[in-house]
Design a protein around this ligand. Structure first.
Ligand SMILES: [Zn+2]
Length: 390
């Protein structure tokens, strides 16, 4: 017991002695070198400038401290981060390159400086150089950070085979599930191949997409598009119906295309019945539009729209009723004025909204241009989203 108490006292004493020793050392070290004596001074001057919000002067003072004193590795990092946060990427690059030019830098600090430098390049939009530095870190403790950054770079430069490779590596590292992303990369690669006329290559890419994520909707949508191009409407329709069966929520996204295919095949009645059943189970304005397209009778169309409005009281469905009510509503000018008012109110409310960041897009998109997320848009227009979300 006593022995332990003794230790409890000894610890702070040892610590205090060490601290005193380091201060004594510091004084001696200050006396020894004129250059080194200036370094802490400019450091404190820099702090003073920071406190008085003179950032430019603070940075100059820090630079002076950093160049004068070779032992201020952490100050280098602080300064570099400060530059990067202010958007001064060139200066951030110089600070980190300065660190890397030192031969005495320990390996751990060197890797830390490399990752910081890669971040500078990335932020500055110098993707080639960022990629080169991140690649050298693929075997370092920063491996998963470097791979995640490389993935972002390949996405931006649309190098899909490399993105697929890196996403696979990340998955094997245990960094989460990348199946959904990989499926989209294969779809993007397929579209690239299609643009260069390689339809066979596109089909193979879509097959890989389905393997990467069996529940993926997009490859089937692209397969339907190919079938349509190849003048094979039955095949195209089959692919779209597969989507509705597999992910019924996404029927909204393919309903109008399916309706047109039914029309083209002379199966309007069968199509209308199928779409009505879909509308019943997974109501969405786009499915209603598809049903209306296949309904020849004007008064039946009006009643379909009205009954949808009664269960889904949104501006979108109100507009459909107005559109179908040319005979039911009179006089005509009143109907037109109402339609225009609804149209105006709807202007910003029939878009799609990213569930991850809230960014709104006029057309459905698989890749959010704002937060770079994949498949973050629900297949519902914002006006109906408000209706469904409590
Ligand atoms: Zn987003």
């Amino acid at each position: 017991m006593e022995f332990e108490l003794w230790w409890l006292l000894a610890l702070p004493i040892t610590f205090g002695l060490g601290w005193l020793g380091s201060r004594l050392d510091l004084r001696q070290w200050k006396r020894e070198s004129e250059l080194k004596r200036d370094a802490p001074l400019s450091y404190f001057r820099g702090l003073n400038f920071l406190l008085t919000e003179q950032q430019d002067k603070a940075i100059d003072a820090f630079i002076e401290a950093v160049t004068a004193d070779p032992n201020t590795v952490d100050l280098h990092f602080a300064l570099g981060n400060l530059f990067r946060r202010r958007g001064e990427y060139e200066r951030a690059v110089r600070v980190h390159q300065n660190l890397l030019s030192r031969n005495d830098l320990p390996a751990a600090e060197r890797q830390r400086a490399q990752i910081a430098l890669a971040q500078d390049f990335f932020k500055a939009g110098l993707l080639d150089r960022a990629e080169a530095v991140y690649t050298t870190l693929a075997a370092s403790p920063y491996k998963s950070e470097a791979l995640a950054a490389l993935l972002q770079i390949h996405e931006r430069t649309k190098e899909w085979p490399r993105a697929i490779d890196i996403a696979g590596q990340l998955e094997r590292l245990g960094a989460g599930s990348y199946g959904r992303q990989i499926a989209h990369y294969w779809c993007e690669l397929g579209l690239q191949r299609q643009q260069s006329g390689d339809i066979q290559g596109m089909q193979e890419a879509l097959e890989q997409a389905v393997q990467a994520q069996p529940q993926a909707v997009r490859p089937w949508q692209l397969r339907a598009a190919i079938a349509q191009q190849q003048d094979n409407p039955p095949q195209a329709l089959e692919h779209l119906r597969h989507i509705a069966q597999m992910q019924p929520d996404f029927t909204a996204l393919v309903a109008l295309d399916a309706a047109r295919l039914f029309q083209q095949l002379g199966q309007a009645d069968a199509g209308r019945a199928w779409l009505l059943a879909q509308l019943q189970d997974y109501p969405a304005i786009d499915v209603l539009d598809a049903v209306l397209l296949l309904e020849a009778d004007a008064s039946e169309r009006y009643h379909l729209a009205l009954s949808y409005l009664q269960t889904h009281k949104s501006l979108l469905s109100a507009r459909r009723v107005l559109d179908q009510s040319s005979t039911a509503l009179s006089p005509e000018p009143a109907r037109l004025a109402l339609a225009q008012a609804v149209e105006g109110a709807l202007k910003t409310r029939q878009r799609y909204r990213c569930a991850a960041c809230g960014f709104e897009a006029r057309n459905y998109t698989w890749h959010c241009p704002a937060c770079q997320g994949w498949e973050t848009y629900p297949p519902r227009r914002t006006e109906e989203l408000q209706l469904i979300t409590p």
